[in-house]
Write a protein that binds this ligand. Structure first.
Ligand code: TYD
Ligand code: MG
Length: 459
């Protein structure tokens, strides 16, 4: 006989309690607790005392087994995953609805099947013919690709046992359910239980499971953080729905680094990987506009050049506006404060807008100097030499601090035909192996002097 257990679960954070309460004591959200019933079989204890497959042992006795990886067919995706999809791992691909998750996975599925691997694509949100239509449009076709329009996880497991695929895709975790608990699909309990079952499939049957998860308006994976720490890898697919660039970012990875990004472009014929993102982020750069500066950002193993734009104009508000897109707001305020104090720019009566083109977010301090120069040159209506790349972190004192991966950044600038790079003062002498002219600066004022094409008027 199965026992029925009633509990109240916060749909925001997964907090569980036996009684209804208005405010979740864990995440502080109001009215998010809903009643869920859970059927538990009485013989669960027997499962706990089953044979111990991984007995305790000394660390010296453990043999290291290399992870077997399946190539996704996209260098961009493989890099974010740390070199491909690890066999027997559970990967969560999260993103806003409509951003292109299903498209990315269907195209990847086509690539995987071409390597003679079997894949089941469970489309819990769409019918088989909808998937077929999309696959046709994306030119995805294979005898190894199975499509299963099913929301019941037990039925999926049955088919998985019959077909024995290498990869199982669940699109999406919010629309599948397990019969072992009664709460509706998409509820916290269902998502948690389904993910547990899928984790079990991945580990015990050595199948790579890719789970797609939608993100809520406030940026959490709907059915929330509980998912993130259960799975092996979490990747986010981001981008502006109205622009074509898409960024793949790893948030958690048990099998690789988390600071890699992958760049794609959404075209009419599906997603195209962008192997040289610098060209994309600088596309349409106007030759010599005040307030436009090229910086060299470093993401994981790769450097890329990105355009920073700034607009500074007199304000009509009692307190001036500071608006940043792609740059952390407090970082912008700090850079403005340094410009005011150390350079003497009076920005207190001016609105400042800063924008990173291409919809990418920059959170590394190496962009500081570029942002400062974009603001300063726009304010004074002078132009930064368009052949110049700016690299450096700004200290509150106005000094320029060194940044990591400086060589990689300079090489990227050189590769794309830039003539000059303004970089922080280096301890050791920089070798002459670069064709690009390197200008080392110690203070913000020095950087301003060397990069503007005509002298900047003083206040
Ligand atoms: P989709 O993969 O369904 O998004 P998600 O699974 O994240 O909800 O992608 C939907 C959007 O992608 C849709 O608005 C149209 C666009 N799209 C293209 O621009 N080109 C294409 O070839 C495809 C298949 C979709
Ligand atoms: Mg989808």
């Amino acid at each position: 006989m199965a026992k029925v257990k009633t509990k109240w679960v916060c749909q925001n954070c997964g907090y569980e309690t036996a009684k209804y309460i208005g405010k979740c004591p864990d995440c502080g959200a109001w009215g998010t607790l809903t009643e869920e019933k859970e059927y538990k079989s009485e013989n669960t204890n027997q499962n706990i005392i089953k044979k111990d497959e991984n007995p305790i042992c000394l660390i010296n006795e453990i043999e290291i087994t290399e992870n077997i990886r399946i190539k996704s067919g996209y260098e961009e995706l493989d890099r974010v995953l740390g070199g491909g999809l690890v066999q027997g791992s559970l990967i969560l691909l999260a993103g806003d609805p409509g951003i292109g998750k299903s498209t990315l996975i269907l195209q990847t599925a086509g690539n995987i099947c071409r390597q003679n691997k079997k894949l089941i694509y469970v489309c819990a949100e769409e019918s088989g013919s909808q998937v077929k239509l999309r696959a046709k449009r994306l030119n995805v076709n294979s005898d190894n690709l199975y499509v299963y329009s099913q929301t019941n996880l037990e039925a999926v497991i049955n088919q998985t046992d019959l077909i024995k695929p290498d990869v199982l895709v669940i699109d999406s975790i919010q629309s599948v359910y397990t019969s072992s608990i009664t709460s509706s699909s998409g509820s916290i309990s269902q998502i948690r239980e389904c993910t547990n079952i899928l984790m079990d499939i991945a580990k015990n049957r050595n199948i790579t499971v890719i789970v797609i998860g939608h993100v809520t308006k406030d940026g959490n994976i709907a059915g929330p953080k509980v998912l993130e720490h259960m799975v092996d890898t979490v990747i986010y697919f981001e981008g502006d729905k109205y622009k074509s660039q898409r960024i793949l970012r790893s948030i958690k990875n048990r099998f690789g680094s988390t600071n890699e990004i992958g760049v794609f472009n959404m075209e009419d014929s599906g997603l195209e990987e962008v192997k040289n993102p610098s060209e994309l982020f600088m596309r349409g750069k106007s030759e010599s506009a005040p307030g436009s500066v090229i910086i060299a950002a470093s993401e994981g193993t790769r450097a890329m050049l990105i355009e920073v734009q700034s607009l500074v104009g007199s304000t009509s508000y009692p307190s001036p506006r500071r608006v940043s897109t792609g740059v952390e707001y407090n970082r912008l305020l700090q850079i403005i404060a340094v410009l005011e104090k150390r350079i003497g720019l009076n920005l207190s009566k001016h609105d400042v807008y800063v924008n990173i083109t291409g919809g990418i977010e920059i959170d590394e301090p190496a962009a500081d100097l570029g942002i400062a120069l974009a603001i300063a040159t726009c304010f004074r209506d002078v132009v930064v030499d368009p052949d110049c790349v700016i690299i450096g972190e700004i200290a509150l004192s106005g000094e320029i601090r060194n940044v990591n991966n400086i060589e990689k950044r300079i090489y990227e600038a050189q590769k794309l035909g830039f003539k000059k790079a303004i970089i922080p003062k280096q301890k050791k002498k920089f070798s002459d192996e670069y064709d690009i002219k390197i200008i080392e600066v110690a203070r913000l004022m020095d950087a301003i002097k060397v990069c503007v094409s005509k002298p900047m008027p003083v206040n």
